[in-house]
Design a protein around this ligand. Structure first.
Ligand code: CO
Length: 279
């Protein structure tokens, strides 16, 4: 087994989205599709109540993608055009497959101690599934398996570790998505198939990734030059490990839509105008 090395490290940029929501963004949809099948990774961390009330993301559409929301603190109130409504609380995951289209609102709320901490990942859909029926996989915190081994604690959302499978399944990119925490002095080795895009979002502490020291907050992008990743930490580190099979299809991103052609984007805009976006 050989360790994957680091291709590059992305420093998340502060951006304002929705109705004035400040967040840290590491990757966003681009025609170059460098992180195929992953499109976007946002980190909600509004931990200063002086920032004032958080409005959130009022009604907006999605087509052609999946959005994965994972909260560690605080919550997101969610409501959509299909009549679904709910709250994504601390430790919960919502895996939303937009397929041909949904209109939804997402409203982050502070926890009792004033914090909001969570992530939203966008995963692409292959051409054949872009116009599929919308679907949700909602997983409450207590249904996410926690594996503890040799100082490593893993909350497993999608994928497999040590014979345990995450609850989110049947996703086209066959992704791995897990929250990995290393106690001081521990190490972690995980096999990743050759050819799978692999990222690690380091959000707490400091660790050694592929022989490079990485401090939070950083997005690590691995090269496709080995069959496992190895992480060590002297002082403790926590990161989201993200890996999946690329679709290798051209993409045309346009705001909350990611399709394969310009015509399909025009169709999405027209469907919105005509009121035929959501069937
Ligand atoms: Co959305």
């Amino acid at each position: 087994m050989t360790n994957r090395t680091i291709s590059h490290i992305i420093e998340p940029q502060l951006v304002i989205e929705g109705a004035g929501v400040l967040l840290r963004r590491s990757i966003s949809p681009r025609a170059s599709n460098e992180y195929d099948p992953f499109l976007l990774f946002d980190h909600f961390a509004f931990n200063n109540p002086l920032e004032g009330p958080i409005r959130g993301f009022p009604t907006h559409p999605h087509r052609g993608i999946e959005t994965v929301t994972y909260m560690l603190e605080g919550s997101v109130n969610h409501r959509d055009s299909l009549g679904n409504a709910g709250k994504i609380g601390a430790g919960d995951v919502q895996w939303m497959t937009s397929g041909r289209g949904i209109l939804h609102e997402e409203m982050p709320r502070r926890s009792e101690n004033g914090n909001i901490y969570g992530f939203q990942l966008w995963v692409n859909l292959p051409a054949a599934q872009k116009m599929s029926q919308p679907r949700y996989q909602e997983v409450a915190a207590n249904a996410i398996p926690v594996v503890e081994k040799d100082g490593v604690t893993i909350r497993l959302v999608a994928g497999e570790f040590d014979g345990v499978r995450g609850p989110v399944t049947e996703i086209a990119a066959s992704p791995l998505y897990m929250d990995v925490k290393l106690a001081p002095g521990s190490s972690f080795i995980y096999p990743v198939p050759s050819g799978h895009t692999t990222l690690a979002y380091v959000f707490e502490g400091t660790g050694e990734f592929g022989e490079q020291i990485v401090e939070s907050v950083s997005m690590v992008v691995f090269n496709d030059d080995g069959d496992q990743i190895e992480v060590k930490s002297e002082s403790g580190v926590q990161f989201m490990l993200i890996s999946g099979a690329p679709f290798k299809e051209p993409i045309v991103p346009y705001g909350p839509f990611v399709m394969n052609t310009v015509e399909e984007i025009q169709q999405a805009i027209q469907d919105l105008r005509n009121g035929t976006f959501v069937k």
